[in-house]
Design a protein around this ligand. Structure first.
Ligand SMILES: Nc1nc2c(ncn2[C@@H]2O[C@H](COP(=O)(O)OP(=O)(O)OP(=O)(O)O)[C@@H](O)[C@H]2O)c(=O)[nH]1
Ligand SMILES: [Mg+2]
Length: 335
């Protein structure tokens, strides 16, 4: 059973979520969540705009440093700077305002290829979504928020407590199940997580469930035996439906910076990722990590987390994200 504190926690998240719903509210929260990264960027980029009109090497260097400091990474920063410097040399950018606009379009273009939508395929029932990631990144809370979202879209949802490592993990997931009024399949602590997930998918099929969200224990990407356990979950679920799990999502804490790249690479090698969810963008000035990810991987980002409330888990949108980072309004055509 969920503890009182957990129930209270979920209750508070829900109450605040409902009070802040609405499109304008979402944009406001995204802007707020990216404030730390934005002010880090502004230290370099803002000076560009306020200062001299001419673009010189010092201005470009300032911009380069600002990008590196927000974890855009050497590779993506170099690509952005080469493109901008080339346009300056060709006299396509005449002043710092034009440079700023070019920066915005470069950044948006870098993120567009990894903008994705998480869709439930009605022909695949139950649609099985496995969430994986290192410890404490936000897997379980993300499942709670996704369950709410899918339910609101009219889907029958079930949760599978594949984190059998800690007793509290089952309680935490059960609290989300109760709050959303969706069934939770769980076994005792220490049970084989592949067997819990197998049971859940089988029971989901029997009960006509549309979506099974599978929670897993946090694990370091470098621990081979723990990565093998994920492979086993995948293999066992595949016996019920060869196409399952239909989505394998890696949850990443933006605050870890460049280590996120190693997490993506190693989880992808182990279980074949189909999507990313990047949480805790509000907690650090390192939101630039999305650009490094986009430069190196071809895996869609479905959601970004900018806080602990329900509506702080937002569908990822390249145009909105870059506008929020550069303190501008999103383009009208952006969703
Ligand atoms: N500030 C902030 N906190 C978040 C965000 N997403 C999740 N959290 C918080 O991160 C904490 C850990 O979340 P969990 O869902 O328990 O993480 P987990 O990955 O399931 O952790 P393990 O099961 O221990 O591996 C919770 O307090 C969440 O509320 C976010 O986008 N911003
Ligand atoms: Mg968890």
């Amino acid at each position: 059973m969920p503890t009182r504190v957990q129930r209270q926690m979920v209750g508070q998240i829900e109450a605040k979520g409902e009070a802040n719903e609405g499109g304008g509210g979402l944009w406001h929260r995204l802007r707020g969540g990216l404030a730390k990264t934005r002010s880090q960027l502004a230290e370099g980029v803002g000076a560009l705009l306020l200062g001299k009109k001419e673009i010189d090497d010092a201005a470009l260097e300032q911009l380069e440093t600002a990008l590196l400091l927000t974890d855009v990474g050497v590779d993506a920063t170099q690509a952005i700077m080469e493109s901008l410097a080339g346009r300056v040399r060709r006299k396509q950018l005449n002043d710092t305002q034009a440079l700023y606009a070019a920066l915005r379009s470069e950044l948006t273009a870098l993120l567009e290829p990894i903008t994705g939508r998480l869709c439930v395929d009605p022909d695949k029932r139950p649609f099985v979504i496995l969430l994986v990631g290192v410890n404490g990144v936000g897997k379980t809370t993300t499942i709670g928020k996704l369950a709410r979202r899918f339910k609101a879209d009219g889907h029958q949802v079930m949760l599978a407590a594949g984190d059998t490592f800690r007793a509290a993990a089952v309680e935490q997931l059960s609290a989300w199940g109760e709050a959303n009024d969706v069934p939770v399949i769980a076994q005792h602590q220490g049970a084989d997580s592949a067997s819990v997930v197998f049971d859940a998918v089988q029971s989901g099929a029997a009960r006509g469930i549309d979506v099974v969200l599978v929670d897993t224990a946090g694990r370091l990407q470098t621990k081979t035996n723990l990565m093998d356990e994920l492979r086993k979950i995948k293999r066992v679920v595949g016996r019920l439906d060869a196409a399952a799990p239909h989505e394998v999502l890696l949850v990443l804490d933006a605050g870890v910076g460049q280590n996120a790249l190693s997490q993506v690479a190693q989880f992808d090698a182990a279980v074949g990722l189909t999507g990313l969810i990047i949480t805790k963008l509000d907690g650090s000035a390192r939101a630039g990590i999305l650009f490094a990810i986009a430069r190196q991987f071809d895996i869609p980002v479905y959601f970004v987390g900018v806080g602990e409330q329900l509506e702080d888990l937002q569908p990822f949108d390249a145009n909105h994200f870059v506008a929020a980072l550069l303190d501008q309004e999103p383009d009208a055509q952006g969703s």
